[in-house]
Write a new protein. Structure first.
Length: 132
């Protein structure tokens, strides 16, 4: 029997995976819906820039997707980055329908970069955690 830290045991539990993935989908839906409310994005702009908002939101989404996926650390990381790229593109696409919002390639790039960074960190952590 290996002596994995308690957090590792929780992270490896399949019930936790389902909760993470469902949370990611719920959070993404909330981002799209709230971002579609007239004035909501501008009000948030008083507290944080678009760069900060996109980085934080898509890093959290990336972590949830990584933890909610199955397979090796590499598979989880690839799945998370691809899913984040699709989510970011969907978010920007939806924004293009509203006159008070604009779709921006730069925002999508921040989304993908944030998902990539968190996936890389988790890939490294996961590889070490499961090796013990």
């Amino acid at each position: 029997m290996t002596n994995k830290p308690r957090a590792a045991t929780i992270l490896l539990d399949s019930r936790f995976q389902h909760t993470c993935y469902a949370s990611a989908m719920t959070l993404f839906l909330a981002i799209v819906v709230i971002g579609s409310i007239p004035g909501a994005r501008q009000n948030l702009g008083h507290y944080a820039s678009g760069l900060v908002l996109h980085s934080a939101a898509y890093s959290i989404l990336g972590a949830l997707i990584f933890l909610g996926s199955r397979g090796s650390a590499s598979r989880r990381a690839i799945c998370a980055v691809i899913t984040i790229a699709m989510m970011g593109a969907t978010d920007e696409y939806v924004q293009s329908f509203w006159s008070y919002r604009t779709a921006a390639l730069g925002d999508w790039m921040v989304d993908v970069a944030s998902g990539g960074v968190i996936s890389t960190v988790l890939w490294k952590f996961w590889s070490r955690m499961t090796a013990n």
